[in-house]
Design a protein around this ligand. Structure first.
Ligand code: BEZ
Ligand code: FE
Length: 294
């Protein structure tokens, strides 16, 4: 393998991988090398630009730790995360669409009963959430596990409060509950607000350079699991939010946008007499049966 030139280098790299016995790895790496080389030829990548890209990726690595995942953020803001989510979650149109998990999900959130307040002291206008989990034929899914997490009135998740190195953050505005025998669920929380994704690092600089903003429209996250159905990771977005058409991670689907209804002080859906204004929202999820029925 000598005298390789700019026309023969792609083939030379592909031949160097020919002995790879892992078929999937060879397929993925062959395509990656072909696309990378095509990209460099297409834009006639300069040496300065190549060095800049290496420095950028180095910065992405340096800011990444077990609390901050800048590589995922890069994937999110380039639309790669939603592309991978979408092409791996094809299902009948009646089913609820999937979206990205995002960096603010944490394991071990407290368990609540229907009707409980999951805000656990997080700040925001009260919001009463109702809904149901059903299968494709409309059958109620009883006992489905629902993980919910959301931002507060300032657009922060509990894991962003205080010192990011402090592992002892209280779980606020997040929790786990189960659907009732009729497939319905209801809980109290706070009104989620729009927020910017973490943008004090290289991804933020990239967005800035591209003339893009870092904002996400207000949403609630749900991760729903039930035996016999595919797990569903999704968001429910707030209709009217000004960022619905420019979500920095490309996660909005119109089927996931619903009205969050404002109410003056009065009686809430669960019978609580509210002396402040409050909101309500309802969303009915439809799960896809899993291939193997479990
Ligand atoms: C989120 O919605 O929590 C999120 C998703 C992707 C990147 C940043 C935040
Ligand atoms: Fe979020």
């Amino acid at each position: 393998m000598r005298n390789i030139n700019e026309d023969t280098i792609t083939q030379a790299v592909l031949e160097a991988m020919a002995g790879c016995t892992n078929d999937r790895l060879r397929t993925v790496m062959t395509s990656l090398v072909q696309h990378l080389h095509s990209f460099a030829r297409d834009v006639k990548l300069t040496e300065d630009e190549w060095r800049y890209a290496i420095d950028f990726l180095t910065d992405v690595g340096h800011i990444t730790d077990d609390k901050r995942q800048e590589f995922v953020l890069l994937s999110d803001t380039l639309g790669l995360s939603m592309l991978v989510t979408t092409q791996n979650n094809r299902k009948p149109v009646e089913c609820t669409e999937a979206t990205v998990l995002g960096p603010f999900f944490v394991m071990g959130a407290p368990e609540y009963r229907n009707g409980d307040d999951i805000s656990n002291g997080a700040a925001g206008l009260p919001c009463f959430v109702t809904g149901s989990v059903r299968g494709l034929s409309g059958e109620p899914v009883a006992g489905a596990s629902l993980e919910v997490w959301q931002s507060d009135e300032d657009g922060y998740y509990d894991v962003q409060y205080g010192d990011p190195q402090d592992a002892n953050v209280a779980y606020q505005a997040r929790g786990r509950l189960r659907t009732l025998p009729d497939g319905r669920f209801h809980f109290r929380s706070i009104l989620a607000e729009a927020y910017p994704i973490p943008h004090d690092g290289p991804v933020g600089r990239m967005l800035d350079a591209l003339g893009r903003h870092p904002w996400r429209p207000a949403h609630l996250h749900f991760w729903i699991k039930a035996p016999g159905y595919e797990p569903l990771i999704t968001h429910v977005f707030r209709n009217g939010d000004k960022y619905l058409d420019s979500d920095s991670v490309f996660g909005v689907r119109s089927t996931l946008v619903v009205d969050w209804v404002q109410h003056p002080p009065g009686v809430a859906p669960d019978g609580t007499v509210m002396d402040t204004a409050f909101n309500t929202l309802n969303y009915d999820f439809v799960l896809n049966p899993s291939e193997h029925g479990s």
